[in-house]
Design a protein around this ligand. Structure first.
Ligand code: AR6
Length: 186
């Protein structure tokens, strides 16, 4: 069984070599409960809140989050912007906007990969070491779950293989179907 103390002593000498595989973890549950440096929000282009995970994050973080989002000027699909986490246990929220599924021929896969890549890039720029992602676009935006899970894993693994700074990526998934799709790829 893998040890679950991956954050502790991450800079100590003599620790086991971390690989993209050992840095990725899947958790089933509410992303707003996680004590990580940053959680990612599956937002919309206004960044002014909505349903699903976006609604849960705004409810838990409190009105200060919306106030900060108001000055960000929105966000294009595939891009990422960061705010503080306010009343969340996570210190920061990285807001990204996934693609709306329109059959797969409208650049959806590229945009979804950009969400993961740009969120991780922003995390590194801000010295974030531990980050949790929801299943971006897998709810209201209708992305087929298997395909979205593959993009989440491949983009994250590629990023972690090229960047040492991030210590832990948690895929915090809600539904059983999404959880099973992610488990198959671990
Ligand atoms: N923790 C983790 N995952 C969650 C949580 C939670 N608390 N709540 C829902 N999920 P969605 P999208 C899962 O619809 O598809 C919003 O209105 C959910 O089961 O939140 O990117 C925005 O404002 C699903 O698997 O995001 C946008 O308008 C996944 O999170 C639009 O929805 C993503 O579902 C974005 O749609």
């Amino acid at each position: 069984m893998r040890p679950r103390i991956a954050f502790a002593g991450a800079h100590a000498t003599g620790r086991m070599k971390e690989t993209p595989e050992t840095k990725i973890e899947i958790l089933r549950g509410d992303i707003t409960k996680l004590t990580v440096n940053a959680i990612v929000n599956a937002a919309n282009t206004t960044l002014l809140g909505g349903g699903g995970v976006d609604g849960a994050i705004h409810r838990t973080a409190g009105p200060e989050l919306l106030a900060e989002c108001r000055i960000l000027g929105g966000c294009r699909p595939g891009e990422a912007k960061m705010t503080r986490g306010y009343r969340l246990p996570a210190g920061f929220v990285i807001h990204t906007v996934g693609p709306i599924w329109r059959g797969g021929k409208h650049n959806e896969a590229h945009v979804l990969a950009d969400c993961y890549r740009n969120s991780l890039k922003l995390a590194v720029e801000n010295e974030i070491k531990t980050i949790a992602f929801p299943a971006i676009s897998c709810g209201a935006y209708g992305y087929p779950i298997e395909d979205a899970a593959q993009i989440a894993f491949k983009t994250t693994r590629d990023f972690l293989a090229a960047n040492d700074e991030i210590q832990k990526v948690i895929f915090a998934v809600w539904g059983q179907d999404v959880y099973e799709a992610y488990q198959r790829l671990l």
